[in-house]
Design a protein around this ligand. Structure first.
Ligand SMILES: [Zn+2]
Ligand SMILES: [Zn+2]
Length: 282
């Protein structure tokens, strides 16, 4: 028996979109009029092509932006409840499912505080929380469940720092809720349509650049503005790096954030409302 992989992919996505969960293999076999073994083989092919993510027992864990397992976020629509995947995936859902507005909720890994936003299609939710991605774009698919589990929203940069220190991890990339919303807005366009093709790497880079992401974390070039010895601080122009840290471990540069990741004692140059200023972490 043959099975069109696109029929299988769409059946998985439609189930996630409608009921928040993936279909069982037996359900897929009935729906697609084929054998469970053919379905399993088809799912493994979709896994190879990164359309779905299977677990150790070939169960469907994810079909981005959907997740069958909790990764830190819950997303509530009018009649459907989804595990939200990561921050990126959770913010993508209102652009992707028939609900044009959803409630996204999570907890800060630094202090445990709850956070929730109404996320819709028209613009980013308000909020001064910060988003931290741990795994650089080039390695996101090494272990994509680990990657998604570590794309989270925190109260503030001190909460990110507290979590990194307590887990012994290197800093990744920080962005604002606004940048997260723009990243999520069109990333998954077309995945519910027949004939969907994944973006070529160059198109992905253009997309990242277009939503305001910067630096090698995303595979993008980054220019760093350094203060000169004469202490005449040059004000970075648009698209230039805004922050210089004495010991830079993060590649975090986001034009919408006034204050970046740092450690106590760091001297940080930060642009606030267009003015470059020196800030010291306490
Ligand atoms: Zn916190
Ligand atoms: Zn994710």
């Amino acid at each position: 028996m043959t099975l069109d992989p696109e029929d299988l992919r769409l059946a998985v996505y439609e189930s996630f979109a409608e009921i928040g969960q993936p279909p069982a293999v037996a359900t897929l076999a009935v729906r697609l009029a084929t054998d469970p073994e053919v379905v399993r083989r088809g799912l493994r092919e979709l896994h190879q092509q990164r359309h779905v993510v299977l677990g150790a027992g070939d169960e469907i864990l994810m079909a981005h932006p959907f997740s069958a397992v909790p990764l830190g976020f819950a997303v509530m629509g009018a009649t459907t409840l989804w595990w939200g995947g990561c921050a990126w995936d959770s913010f993508a859902l209102p652009h992707f499912v028939s609900d044009h507005e959803v409630l996204v909720s999570t907890r800060c890994l630094g202090c445990g505080a709850p956070h929730a936003w109404i996320v819709g299609e028209d613009g980013p939710p308000s909020g001064d929380q910060v988003v931290h991605f741990l795994v650089p774009a080039a390695r996101m698919w090494d272990d994509v469940v680990h990657t998604c589990r570590n794309q989270r929203v925190f109260c503030s940069t001190p909460c990110v720092d507290a979590w990194l220190n307590s887990t012994g991890q290197e800093a990744g990339y920080l962005m604002s809720l606004e940048t997260l919303w723009r990243l999520a807005q069109h990333w998954y366009d077309g995945r519910l349509d027949r004939g969907y093709k994944r973006r070529e790497p160059s198109a992905a880079l253009d997309y990242f650049r277009g939503v305001g992401l910067k630096g090698p974390f995303w595979g993008l070039q980054q220019r760093v503005t350094r203060p000169t010895r004469s202490s005449a601080l040059s004000i970075p122009g648009e698209g230039e790096s805004l922050v210089e840290r004495r010991h830079a471990s993060a590649e975090c540069i986001d034009p919408h954030m006034a204050c970046m990741l740092g450690r106590p004692g760091d001297q940080i140059l930060s642009r606030v409302n267009g003015k470059l200023s020196q800030v010291r972490w306490n």
